[in-house]
Design a protein around this ligand. Structure first.
Ligand code: ATP
Ligand code: MG
Length: 764
């Protein structure tokens, strides 16, 4: 009987089907990973359309990433058997908010062609404002202000609504005023930052009831994926749109209420302030008692809330029934994604969190392979080992598309990218540029390319005025003219031009210095190791300094990437070999789309699934991250654990965890300790394996073991898997950490963190 009805419904279980077919009123699907939440949403759209309940343009569907939106569109086409015409409102909060804002730009004092600023631009602009106000931006960095403003925007607060207590924490109380002048500057520049895309929507909706009513009327159905990671602004936005169009003249007193509640001077950042608080009193429209909440369906999983650090409020999902009275809550318990061992490992791990609703997850799939845990001597061996395992999987007929490597920190990617290029394995990086495509890396490479080949005009042009040395467009144009006339490279043109008086003295001096520098570096190349040379070039050219002086949010990250670049050169014999390798990496742009290994952070893996998932770097200080270890309280650590849970639950058939005993983080080696999360995995579902990437280090000699020999800390017995030895050391409170830079410090910081679960493995 269950299969009666349209074909797209036939594969669903009864609970899923209920979630699809309950079209009227608010619905919350609160369910664990892989239970079909996203599938329910997609099927629900198909159902709404094929039942003729709404036209495509009357459905608003919010996904967490653009990729997820594309995927949903594609699936929808498959379900309906035809492409969906005009399905315009399927996208992320930002993309939809941006689209709405363009329609009403004039109400935000913008033109409809406004630009959206990225973080760099944002920080640059703030820096100008700080200068104008004579505020020392060493003491009060622009990036800190950018972070504050972002936080306020995530909470839906306009400048006038920022609690005075919070505004006071920047530049002796000037925070709020700076936020206001920043907003003014944006308007003058015809620009909006990311936060504005929603915030300006909210403001327009509040101030113009007729406009919000238009949208309320238009969107007959609202669907939201990954609801556990919505922030307050997103919540408010949804809340405004999800009210049935009111016939009354004014909207709920959202504005008044939130101003009132946010100006009480309370710190506001603490847990006592819940997103719903602004609205509790506000929801009933004064004088029009019943506000109809219309057909909104949100799906999510509190155990997968991983964006708390960016202002997401898991409470949004916990309070759904309260916020949307009469909501139907549906739970899905059958996981369709992962095999038994993987699901058990993931469930066991997340059970260590305290603040959770708790839920049952079962699979009818077979147990499958156990989750493997593999220790390596260092991160290079880890990358080598994973590379080999991937090749082996490939030989067994696995598709590369079904293989993903999920890292905790993006710098971990570089080693894998290099490994893949060496092996000729196609790969793609999801959710960010590939390492060698980052701007600072391209700049640095350009210097090296000009040294290697003075005729590399593209490279020369890239860096001739980076950092700024007064050689602007006019100069470059002149060099071009010279070069073309005489058929010589730009660099040689520069050498010739500085001997003439064609340039103004200042530019001429500057260009001469640059030419001389390059000549010197080229001479040095003969006698200096290429890694040292790279460092010298970056320092002497002023490039390193340029980023040191830059106080934008990601300057520190760029400096770290530069260090990582120099470090990565060690693996090559000379500059020439290194640059050849790079050109191979760069050459692969775009071409890797067909069948390729996916490389991404755990954060960007949300919602995705792969047959084979590799999880490297499960070490204290990396995963969980050092920041969360330094923090007071459990919140950060619990979020890291959820991240681990997200990682494991991405796997359909194989989940493989790795940790290395030595990791070079931004150029410095440190000895690391296996992640506490390893102890929290259930022994029965896990298998400890040997690294394929090197000599291994769990047992029989080899360089791994002999180096452990020097480090008494790891205990005397090689027959104990090394990471248990490390673990034991951790539990001893870090006593006896021997001999190696960084080790004692690392150990000491964990001395209080003995896991209650320690032993779940050693009892095996
Ligand atoms: P996550 O929390 O990770 O986002 P999810 O709950 O959104 O997971 P989906 O991605 O929708 O889960 O589904 C997981 C997998 O299970 C998908 O491959 C989906 O096609 C499959 N699936 C879901 N429901 C069913 C079903 N009733 N029958 C067969 N396969 C299903
Ligand atoms: Mg999903």
């Amino acid at each position: 009987r269950a299969s009666v009805g349209p074909k797209y419904l036939s594969g669903l279980n009864p609970e899923q089907r209920e979630a699809v077919e309950t079209l009227d009123g608010p619905v919350l699907v609160l369910a664990g990973a892989g239970t079909g939440k996203t599938r329910v949403l997609t099927t629900r759209i198909a159902h709404i359309l094929s039942q003729g309940r709404a036209r495509p343009a009357e459905i608003l569907s919010v996904t967490f990433t653009n990729k997820a939106a594309r995927e949903m569109k594609h699936r929808l086409g498959q379900m309906l058997g035809h492409a969906v015409e005009g399905m315009p409102w399927l996208g992320t909060f930002h993309s939809i908010g941006g689209r709405i804002l363009r329609f009403h730009a004039e109400l935000a004092q913008l033109k409809s062609n406004f630009t959206v600023l990225d973080v760099d631009d944002q920080v640059r602009l703030l820096k100008q404002l700080l200068q104008a106000e004579n505020i020392d931006d060493k003491r009060w960095p622009a990036r800190m202000l950018a972070g504050l403003i972002d936080g306020w925007k995530n909470r839906g607060l306009m400048p006038s609504q920022v609690p005075s207590g919070e505004a006071a924490i920047f530049a002796n109380g000037k925070g709020g005023k700076l936020y206001a002048s920043y907003q003014e500057r944006l308007k003058i520049l015809n620009a909006a930052d990311f936060g504005d895309l929603l915030l300006e929507n909210i403001r327009i909706f509040r101030e113009h009831p007729d406009i919000v009513r238009q949208y309320q009327q238009r969107f007959k159905y609202i669907l939201v994926d990954e609801y556990q990671d919505t922030n307050v602004a997103q919540y408010l936005w949804l809340r405004l749109l999800s009210q049935a169009p009111s016939s009354g003249s004014s909207l709920p007193g959202l504005t008044r209420q939130s101003v009132a509640s946010s100006q009480d001077g309370s710190p506001g950042l603490d847990a006592s302030r819940r997103p719903g608080d602004d609205q509790d009193n506000a929801l009933p429209i004064p004088g029009a008692e019943k506000v109809h909440v219309k057909n909104i369906c949100c799906v999510g999983d509190d155990d997968q809330s991983i964006y708390g650090w960016r202002g997401a409020e898991v409470d949004n999902i916990l309070r759904f029934e309260h916020d949307f009275p009469g909501a139907k809550v549906i739970r899905l318990e059958r996981n369709y994604r992962s095999t038994g061992h993987i699901l058990a490992a993931a469930s066991h791990l997340i059970a260590h969190n305290e603040g959770r609703l708790g839920k049952t997850l079962r699979t009818e799939d077979h147990d499958g392979e156990k989750v493997t845990v593999t220790g390596s001597w260092d991160s290079e061996e880890e990358a080598r080992g994973i590379g080999e395992e991937i090749e082996q999987l490939q030989r067994q007929g696995e598709k590369l598309n079904e293989i993903a490597i999920l890292v905790r920190a993006s710098y971990q990617m570089r080693e894998f990218e290099d490994r893949f290029v060496t092996l000729g394995l196609p790969y793609r990086v999801i959710g960010g540029p590939r390492f060698y495509e980052r701007a600072e890396i391209r700049d640095a490479l350009a210097y090296l390319r000009v040294i290697n080949s003075p005729a590399d005009d593209l490279a020369f042009e890239r860096i001739v005025n980076t950092p700024k040395r007064g050689l602007g467009d006019a100069t470059v144009q002149m060099l071009h003219d010279h070069a073309r006339k005489r058929r010589i490279p730009l660099f040689e043109a520069a050498r010739a031009v500085v001997e003439t008086d064609e340039l103004k003295p200042k530019a001429r001096g500057s260009l001469r210095d640059l030419v001389t520098q390059f000549d010197r570096w080229r001479a040095q190349r003969e006698v200096t190791a290429h890694t040292d040379l790279a460092q010298i070039v970056l320092d002497e050219s002023g490039y390193t300094e340029m980023w040191q002086k830059d106080r934008s949010a990601d300057a520190a990250g760029r400096l770290e990437n530069l260090k990582e670049l120099v470090r990565s050169m060690e693996e090559f014999e000379n500059l020439q070999g290194f640059l050849e390798h790079i050109s191979l990496v760069m050459d692969r742009e775009g071409g890797a789309e067909d069948d390729a290994v996916s490389l991404m952070t755990l954060h960007s893996a949300k919602g995705l699934e792969f047959d084979n998932v590799f999880l490297p770097g499960w070490e204290e200080g990396l995963f969980p991250s050092q920041r969360t270890l330094d923090e007071q309280g459990r919140a950060g650590l619990e979020e890291e654990r959820r991240l681990g849970h997200v990682g494991l639950t991405r796997a359909r058939r194989r989940a493989k965890i790795y940790f290395a005993t030595n990791r070079r983080i931004h150029g410095t080696w440190s000895t690391t300790i296996p992640s506490r999360f390893l102890d929290e995995l259930p022994a029965a579902n896990v298998e400890i394996t040997e690294s394929k990437g090197g000599s291994g280090w769990g047992g029989s000699g080899g360089y791994g073991a002999s180096r452990f020999d020097d480090m008494e800390a790891f205990g005397s017995s090689y027959s104990t898997p090394g990471w248990q030895r490390a673990q034991a050391n951790r539990n001893r409170g870090g006593q006896g950490g021997g001999g190696r830079g960084g080790f004692e410090e690392e150990t000491a910081s964990f001395s209080t963190s003995a896991s209650p679960d320690f032993g779940s493995f050693s009892s095996r």
